[in-house]
Design a protein around this ligand. Sequence first.
Ligand code: GTP
Ligand code: MG
Length: 444
Amino acid sequence: MAATEVDVFANEEKRNLELGGHVGFDSLPDQLVSKSVAQGFCFNILCVGETGIGKSTLMNTLFNTTFENEEGSHYESEVHLRPQTYDLQESNVNLKLTIVHTVGFGDQINKEESYKPILEYIDAQFEKFLEEELKIKRSLYNYHDTRIHICLYFIAPTGHSLKSLDLVTMKKLDSKVNIIPVIAKADTVSKSELDKLKIKIMSELVSNGVQIYQFPTEDEAVAEINSSMNTHLPFAVVGSVEDVKVGNKMVKARLYPWGSVQVENENHCDFVKLREMLLRVNMEDLREQTHARHYELYRRCKLEEMGFKDTDPDSQSFSLQETYEAKRKEFLVELQRKEEEMRQMFVNKVKETEAELKEKEKELHERFEQLKRMHQDEKKNLEEKRRELEEEMNAFNRRKVAAETLMGQALQGCSQQPFKKDKDKKNFFSLPSACSLTSGRNLN
Ligand code: GTP
Ligand code: MG
């Protein structure tokens, strides 16, 4: 609509018109109801409590059915969440119910991080919804909304008050989800102790600034019941899926050797109050609070984180295009900075490697020179030795030639004398050696 048109309508005075007859727009609420009924509803419950505290039993009792029940072990190394979704129908109303259990809660020696997986799960569901909302082609009409509408926090009935784990967890979750604290297995505590425990828990929650869900009192139709129920918090509940005959009626109860605890008897526990508040009176408010308060907060923080804002510092109206452009520029600058950083890192690395290689090359060169010198020295030594050997060989040959000459002369001298006797013959054979000995001595 053009701005001028808006101004015209704004300046126009409203006139009340009388209708001449039935037109039909009074059926709008009925149209909405039938549309909602056809669409069906989603409701998601998060049960936070120690292993074996009675979470599954309470859910079964609450919806009067038996959900799949997997018993948890006390040896989980960390907390994790197990969501299970069921399609339920009551009259003509379809409900997609998701029950999320905390598995291993309170079983670790160090419980400091126990709240984290719960918080992450809640945020992840908000994120999924936000992503769907921001899609160009979104289908919120048939979107399975998994955002947690209520967190039932199970408090152990055994202690004197809340444990640190309870306080820390509830404090961390209170801005993310509607919390209703319940005292589990309330049949194990006496009435007077239970009253004291309730007062103690509420005062501890208040003094630690934990915001639990308050049943709304704005709507006149439910203001009275809701404000009275607010005073009964935390609800002391008992769960059972056992049907027991009491008088001539079958009721849900827990049987003990001394009697029975009836789940739906308001003198025995607050189970009925919880069911009334959770399902019959405030289910829609819980869904609305989740969307309008908790999701809205998440969405606002997330969009602000992404650079979106409603008004800029000069109070000019918000422009999606400008925000997008500004964010894009910011992103590009960041990208360039990162690229430059990477490039510089790469250059430095190359330089370092180059220097290392040069150093190695120098070392190798030195080693080569050293080897070369060693080789040359060795060669020189060998040459020297060869020369000496050759000289020795020459000297030897010279001596050999001289000896042969002498021996030749000696033989010539001997052959000129006649052979007289055998004795002389013997002397003749021994003569060359005598000659050679003599000649050898002479040479030296
Ligand atoms: P995990 O899923 O294993 O963590 O346990 P859970 O918290 O779902 O507990 P579950 O409902 O399985 O109950 C554990 C035990 O407590 C069972 O033996 C139940 O019968 C018992 N129990 C459940 N609710 C109550 C209750 O209100 N009072 C008493 N006295 N016992 C209960
Ligand atoms: Mg269970």
